[in-house]
Design a protein around this ligand. Structure first.
Ligand SMILES: [Fe+2]
Ligand SMILES: [Fe+2]
Length: 136
């Protein structure tokens, strides 16, 4: 579908449970991007896997924030909801018009999503866990 998006250790936040989820998200995202444009079954399978793993990861992060009483958890949850909304919007259009219609847009969102979100929001939460002596 589109180019591979490489994992970089610069994306590590230093909290094992979060980092391993992020690596898995990269793997699922690249599986989707590697799906043949006209392989409808492969594409919808890859989309289903990516969106359900993403929702599970987001829920786990928010649950961890609640346990650790992270003061910025509602802003973080809002950011997750916004990303899910954008992803679902692209998925709907992909299902209607085909992968070609959303190709660049999908890889941009995924890159933006996984890199910018991790580097700004998740890194901040990981720093809070370390500073407050919690492991998450
Ligand atoms: Fe995350
Ligand atoms: Fe997050």
């Amino acid at each position: 579908m589109a180019e591979h998006i490489s994992w970089s250790d610069d994306l590590l936040v230093g909290v094992e449970a979060i980092d391993s989820d992020h690596k898995k998200l990269f793997e699922l995202m690249n599986r989707l991007l590697a799906s043949p444009t006209h392989g409808a079954t492969a594409v919808s399978q890859a989309i289903g896997d990516l969106s359900s793993y993403t929702k599970r990861h987001f829920a786990a992060e928010i649950a961890s924030m609640e346990r650790s009483a992270y003061p910025e958890r509602s802003a973080h949850a809002y950011e997750h909801d916004h990303l899910i909304f954008q992803l679902e919007n692209i998925i709907d259009r992909l299902m209607i018009s085909g992968a070609d219609a959303v190709d660049g847009e999908l890889s941009n969102l995924l890159r933006d999503w996984l890199c910018n979100h991790i580097m700004t929001f998740d890194v901040k939460y990981a720093a809070f866990l370390r500073e407050s002596g919690q492991t998450g």
